[in-house]
Design a protein around this ligand. Sequence first.
Ligand SMILES: [Zn+2]
Length: 213
Amino acid sequence: MPIAKKRVLIVDDEPATRLLLGQIFSGMGHDVAVAEDGFTALEAIRQAEPDLILSDLNMPGMSGFELLSVVRRRLPSIYVIASSGAYTGDSVPEGISADAFYEKATTLKALFEIVKGALGTEARKTRRIGSEVPVWLTMEEGHSADKEYFVISCTECLRTFSHVHEKVFGVVHHADCVHCKSPTPYAVVRLLAKVNEQAYQMELDTAGRSLRA
Ligand SMILES: [Zn+2]
């Protein structure tokens, strides 16, 4: 059954995953753009606003946590799917600004169902945007320094500034944007190590083949 052509942005730091997901969505007839991290994704969004973003959470540079919280505040009509191998379950992990969550290396059928629902004809729900949606910053598991330097994207002016964070987890803090002086709420989360990326890519490859067959 043909579905309307949509613009899809795929954000993943693994080149093979970007390529394979890109092939799958192109094969479904959509316009596909790819980005390797949050910064590149924001640039792509500025050029052409997508209908759907499928974003990895664990990426160097600007992580998916941060990207999705910026998107949710500024562009709430974009449907956002967070994907990760570092969490389990089919619901959106707490604190992540996304409409749906897809656990990497589970069945791709689950992803297709999510996408079908997202790009279907059903009207998008209007979202209430809390002014206190924090920007999520990630720290690798096992990180032991007392202080950490972060680059934060201002949710008001979308420019970036660096910020020194004292090691406290799980609370919302505020950092003043050096450009527009807006207080940007942020929180720091610990990220688990990447898992199952290879198994995920193998499954994508198989799915891509069967779509083309
Ligand atoms: Zn600003």
